[in-house]
Design a protein around this ligand. Sequence first.
Ligand code: TYD
Length: 139
Amino acid sequence: MVKYDLLTFPVHGDHTGSLVALEKGADFPFDIKRVYYIWGTDKNAVRGKHAHRKLEQVIVCTSGSCDFILDDGKERTTVHLNSPVQGLHIKSNIWREFTNFSPDCVVMVLASEHYDESDYIRDYQTFLAEVSTTKRESR
Ligand code: TYD
């Protein structure tokens, strides 16, 4: 099984609408250093195609839906995101691709680190080599 967590956020809502607050502490797995969001993506575009050496992310589809394909170097799994109340928590060393965007899809990403290109693994063969080395070292 590829390791990931699907978080469900508490909703503060009333008859006029709903609100989710994400704050350092019990409800959130790391200190947020960066937030970015992606929208206006072609339905069949495939984004991502990278892993991170250190960074963790929580990904929220605040509007619409899309699919996240997660790969730990051994297996692949697809997670369908379609709710602003759910957050996909991905730790380091997981290859991710995202696709199948609805026209109204807005993906918000909360990241544990500042932007650092040296933390990215953008080549799949390099990713496979690095995860097999990491697993051997942690034995
Ligand atoms: P990229 O991480 O490749 O996007 P995706 O994984 O969604 O396909 O980033 C696209 C471009 O945006 C790339 O030129 C780097 C830049 N970028 C920043 O400058 N800061 C950021 O925090 C992020 C995530 C990307």
